[in-house]
Design a binder for this molecule. Sequence first.
Ligand code: GLY
Length: 354
Amino acid sequence: MSKQEIIICNNLRNDLEKAISSHKYDKLFILTDNHTYCQCLPVIENINQIKDATHITIGVEDINKTLETLAYVWLKLSNSGATRHSLMINLGGGMVTDLGGFAAATFKRGIQFINIPTTLLSMVDAAVGGKTGINFNGLKNEIGAFAPASEVIIDSEFLKTSDYENIISGYAEMLKHGLISTEENWKELIKFDFDKEIDYKSLQNLIGKSVAIKENIVEQDPHEKGIRKALNLGHTIGHAFESFALKTEHPSLHGYAVAWGLVCELYLSHVKLNFPKEKLRQTVTFIKEHYGRLNFSCKDYDTLYELMTHDKKNESAGEINFTLLSNIGEIKINQTVSKEDIFESLDFYSETMG
Ligand code: GLY
């Protein structure tokens, strides 16, 4: 997989002009969603190269991450004369960078694209690392390809258009990156002050570190055969929580489910691998304060377990695959855990988050 350049911006216009100029292309396309079309495109649309770009706009919610929307983007590209030498800019959250990246990766067997993520979740996760795709047959990201953007341009100014819930949701992926990297990074993250007005400069600094952690892992293992599985910490139980919440009247944002998943998976790390109790306690306290809790009872354990068995990261039927930690930065991939231990981690969740 070719390497992507990550640009943490000081000046979006300059960085974007430079990135576009580094490409040889015949036509420029810019993909937005309904929200970024109004809120974010105005920030860049008077850049000379962008003035002539063809706009494609899609719906903002994850329910639009479908084959139909993908076909709509392909059709727009085709009817507007896109060639193999065209360039696409994806301006938006994970929905736009995932679907736009997949549209670009497949149109005429692949055109170049630049990601400009506008939500925290897409800045630190979705837009970086080359995973692209759509939901299919009721399953998230079921169809897709590894296809890195040539550049990912990150400007935390866009976060001023996000609400608190979306910021704290993306922050869960940063917390995960801290847990799989260094104690220093983890400590900085659990100390960040969300009580006052958000300090975007400090947040941008933490975003830079977080993206570097992901980049380093993806470089070692772009196709998730080994160490990239570290990025799944919190996600095995987290995805089950997310799917469970989706069936209730209170669906949860992805990062909230990941944060709740971290509570259970750090508990499993403690029980199975001796992850230090005090670090478990401090992380759980941070999550409890910032993410609240998902409501479920022991009657729901079987449903949650069933959802975990469908996780596409499992390697064989009936086995649930986890990434756990023996300490901060000490990653143990391909850990299988018994049903009893998983239920015990749900008990721990209920007792501590209650
Ligand atoms: N979101 C995890 C990964 O990119 O591998």
